[in-house]
Structures are given as structure tokens and as C-alpha cells.
Write a protein of this length. Structure first.
Length: 252
């Protein structure tokens, strides 16, 4: 309950911030970005979303956080567009958030209120979403896809769901989890797993983003195996949107 109250204060007290982590293509050119939540507690300092998201998910606070994140994502998308950056932005959606009865309606509403372009919005969902109520999940995804929104499977390969969903869902992208990328190209098993994901995605017509790319060797390996996009500390760390916009201005 304490965390719940603290998170509630965090939202109203401006302690939460959205950062952007740019994604790059094989040439290092930014082609998109993921919005990541950051919480700076007035006394305790920065608290990782890896800690507070699961708590928020457990307590139901994720619904309020999720609404806020979706709105911030749409506002960021608008800001990027206005700065001449017509690139897609990815927003994380937690399973509980997606399963709200009025989720589709809420997304439509925030798009309408902000005027953000739905065709530039990518929603990242995890495999955990796909374990229950698959028919309902498909129906919602189809409805949102009709608006132009695209779907990405985050942390691909770490969940417990079957591969059958890959042909049932209207997907645009897979994100290879950083735990697989981390030990490439040295670890033979991880190398084989990453190559297999890239090959399968290519045959299924899905875009792939590799996450957690930290070394040049990892990037070269991914590029050599046809990975279209990469995200990781080698290229950019998550940063405030303003910082990113200023960087772009400088380089243009
Ligand atoms: O940014 P970082 O790597 O510390 O994030 C840790 C975890 O928190 C990741 O699993 C990430 O997906 C999750 N996360 C970060 N921002 C958000 C968000 O806005 N919404 C949701 N649902 N999860 C987020
Ligand atoms: O689960 P999700 O993919 O949404 O979370 C992305 C998380 O990965 C974010 O918390 C982000 O801060 C983190 N991250 C991004 N790039 C790197 C990286 O190169 N190395 C590591 N270890 N983490 C990264
Ligand atoms: Mn993500
Ligand atoms: Na991930």
C-alpha cells in the first residue's frame, strides 16, 4: 500500500519522467525509439522500473501509470513530428493494462485528444499477454491495427507461450531480448538462438529489433545475420526527449 500511495504521489507530483532510447539501423542511423519510464523519488533517488513496474502491476496502479505513459508517448510522438522527425515510437503496454475492458477505447481517445499519428505508434507487449484469452487479445489487436497502430513482442523468447501465436496475431515486430544478445557472438547457444529468431522473423515478414546491444562485435554479428534494427548502450542510452531533440538539431 505504501508503494501504491507513493506511485500515486509520483504521478501527481511530477516525479515520473519518460525517457527515449533511440533505435538504429545497420548504418547507425536512428530509425525509431522506445519510451521508457523513469521515477526519481524525492528522498530515495532513482527507482528502476524493473522494481516498481512489477509492484504497480500487482497492485493495479499500473492502470494509472499505463494511462499516463500512453498519453506521454503520444505527446512525445507529436513533438518528434513537429521537430521534423517522422519516425515511429514504441510504448510498453503491460498485460493488465491491455486487458482493461476499455483499453481500445482509451487508446482511441488519447490519440484523438493529442492528435498523435497512430501509424507512428508501436505498442510493445510481452508473451505473458498471450497465455490467456488469446481470441480476445487478437480481436483487440486487430481493432487497433485498423487504426494504423503496430504491435511488437517485447522480450521475445523469454516467456512461456507457444510459437503458434506468431501466425495468429497481427504482428509487426519482434524484439530479441537482451539476455540472448548479451553473449553473442561468443556463446554458441545464444548465437544459434539469435540466428534462428532472425531467420524465422525474416520468413514470417516480421521486423526485428535486437535489444541490449553493448559491443561492436554484437552489432557486427547482428548486421551480418540480417538484423534490421538495434537498440542498446553501444548506440544510445535512454535519455530525456528534450535531450534527444537537442542532439538531433545539433546534427542536422
Ligand atoms: O528502462 P529499464 O530497462 O530499466 O526498464 C526495466 C523494465 O521496465 C523493462 O522490462 C521495461 O519494459 C519496463 N518498463 C519501462 N518503462 C515502462 C513503461 O512505460 N511501461 C511498462 N509497462 N513497462 C515499462
Ligand atoms: O523489457 P524492455 O525491453 O522494455 O526493457 C528495456 C530495458 O533495457 C530498459 O530498461 C533499458 O534501460 C535497458 N537497456 C537498454 N539498452 C541496454 C543495454 O545496452 N544494456 C543493458 N544491460 N540494458 C539496456
Ligand atoms: Mn520494451
Ligand atoms: Na526486452
Amino acid at each position: 500500500l505504501t508503494v501504491e500511495r507513493e506511485l500515486s504521489e509520483a504521478i501527481s507530483g511530477g516525479q515520473l519522467q519518460m525517457h527515449i532510447q533511440p533505435q538504429v539501423d545497420r548504418h547507425g542511423t536512428p530509425v525509431g525509439g522506445e519510451m521508457l519510464m523513469r521515477w526519481t523519488h524525492p528522498e530515495r533517488g532513482p527507482i528502476s522500473p524493473a522494481i516498481f513496474i512489477p509492484v504497480a502491476e500487482e497492485s493495479g496502479m499500473i492502470l494509472r501509470l499505463g494511462d499516463w505513459v500512453m498519453e506521454q508517448g503520444c505527446l512525445a510522438l507529436l513533438q518528434l513530428q513537429q521537430a521534423g522527425w517522422d519516425i515511429p515510437l514504441s510504448v510498453n503496454v503491460s498485460p493488465k493494462q491491455f486487458r482493461q475492458v476499455d483499453f481500445v477505447e482509451k487508446v482511441k481517445q488519447v490519440l484523438k485528444n493529442t492528435g498523435a499519428p497512430p501509424a507512428r505508434l508501436i505498442l510493445e507487449v510481452t508473451e505473458g499477454l498471450l497465455i490467456e484469452n488469446l481470441q480476445d487479445t487478437i480481436a483487440r489487436m486487430v481493432e487497433l491495427t485498423k487504426l494504423g497502430i503496430r504491435f511488437s513482442i517485447d522480450d521475445f523468447g523469454t516467456g512461456y507461450s507457444s510459437l503458434a501465436y506468431l501466425k495468429k496475431l497481427p504482428l509487426y515486430e519482434l524484439k530479441i531480448d537482451k539476455s540472448f544478445v548479451q553473449d553473442t557472438p561468443d556463446d554458441a547457444n545464444d548465437t544459434a538462438i539469435v540466428q534462428s529468431i532472425l531467420s524465422m522473423a525474416s520468413h514470417l515478414g516480421l521486423r526485428v529489433v535486437a535489444e541490449g546491444v553493448e559491443t561492436r562485435e554484437q552489432a557486427d554479428f547482428l548486421i551480418a545475420n540480417g538484423c534490421a534494427s538495434m537498440q542498446g548502450f553501444l548506440f544510445f542510452r535512454p535519455m530525456p526527449l528534450d535531450k534527444w531533440l537537442a542532439l538531433q538539431k545539433q546534427n542536422s
